[in-house]
Design a protein around this ligand. Structure first.
Ligand code: ZN
Ligand code: ZN
Length: 335
């Protein structure tokens, strides 16, 4: 039997009787990161990387039974060694390494290769079997450096501010929003945030991560306060509880999906910024090669096409049907 198998509740290690990012309720769940498709309610016991603990508690309840492991720390269960290694996706995100009798598996969760300056950067973990996401597993997805995208956002924000137009950026509430706030800084104007983002900012700050000053959007803000502001909100909450003083605004969307022009138009954005917390095509291929794995299992994204491509490159690749791939992966809009 394989060290990790696909079961109806999730990825499962039968020897240790633990699940990785299970989508049904289980006793023992190892969680790669706090996004809702990977960290679900109702498990009896959670284990995650230490920086993920406050995020999981915030999302799943303060009374969950949870243990955090430092990156690289080993947990042994029935002879199987488990450890968490930085995935570079969002704060606290981890690849889970599983070793038994010399055989090594890695479950990537979601990951990206670029250092975003906020979360611990991706670490290459050598293994024989690599379970990988492939959200952007097509050659059309190739990212430009974060620095360039942030400059694009800054100049768009400055131009709007100069003529008294409020800028609005849509981003999901865990990870992307904080990444944008952190890398933009507040020289151009103040940040106002949707409630779910502001609460998450508080969790980040509580863990010792410093972010520029942000404030929850409220109906009482004056035109003077908002005319140079940048509002960060999940796409679904545009316009909700906004002050009447916002007379004119422009919407920018920050997501990997903005690489396709149609997506921007379809979602009603004035401007698309191609900024993703996932790997692009090159990042995925490099990571698979860097892992040294011969057996690859794509979990979410274009898994069939990506597996076919990998098989052509000489890997032994087979997609695994999972329940991963939430709105967070799909369009970066919801909380
Ligand atoms: Zn994620
Ligand atoms: Zn995911």
């Amino acid at each position: 039997m394989s060290l990790i198998i696909h079961s109806k509740k999730g990825l499962y290690c039968p020897i240790a009787k633990v699940y990785i990012d299970p989508w049904r309720k289980v006793d023992n769940a190892l969680i790669t990161h706090g996004h809702s498709d990977h960290a679900r309610h109702g498990h009896k016991f959670y284990v995650c990387a230490e920086p993920s603990v406050p995020i999981l508690k915030h999302r799943l309840g303060l009374n969950i039974n949870i243990r955090g492991l430092a990156y690289g720390e080993t947990l042994v269960v029935n002879g199987v060694k488990f450890s968490f290694h930085p995935a570079g996706h969002i704060t606290g995100s981890a690849q889970i390494r599983v070793e038994h009798k010399g055989e090594i598996w890695v479950a990537s969760g979601d990951y990206k290769r670029e250092d975003d300056g906020l979360c611990t950067p991706y670490e290459v973990v050598r293994c024989h079997h690599f379970i990988t996401e492939c959200t952007f597993g097509l050659p059309i997805y190739q990212w430009r450096p974060q620095e360039e995208i942030i400059e694009e956002i800054k100049s768009w924000w400055s131009q709007n501010a100069a003529i008294g137009i409020t800028s609005v950026i849509t981003a999901y509430s865990l990870g992307k929003a904080q990444r944008i706030i952190h890398s933009l800084g507040s020289e151009i104007g103040p940040f106002y945030t949707h409630e779910t983002i502001e609460k998450m900012n508080t969790v980040y700050r509580g863990s010792g991560i410093s972010l520029p000053r942000t404030q929850k959007i409220s109906e009482s803000l004056s035109h003077n306060q908002v005319k140079k502001a940048l509002i960060i909100t999940p796409g679904a909450a545009i316009g909700k509880q906004w002050p009447k003083s916002i007379r004119d605004y422009r919407i920018g969307m920050a997501s990997g999906w903005m690489a396709l022009k149609n997506n921007r138009k379809r979602r009603g954005a004035d401007k698309g910024f191609v900024l993703s917390d996932h790997c692009d095509w090159v990042g995925l291929n490099n990571s698979i090669s860097d892992s040294g794995a011969t057996h690859i299992y794509p979990t979410h994204g274009n898994t069939q096409i990506f597996s076919k491509w990998l098989n052509e490159q000489g890997y032994n690749a087979k997609p695994i049907e999972t329940h991963y791939g939430s709105a967070e992966d799909k369009d970066g809009q919801l909380s």
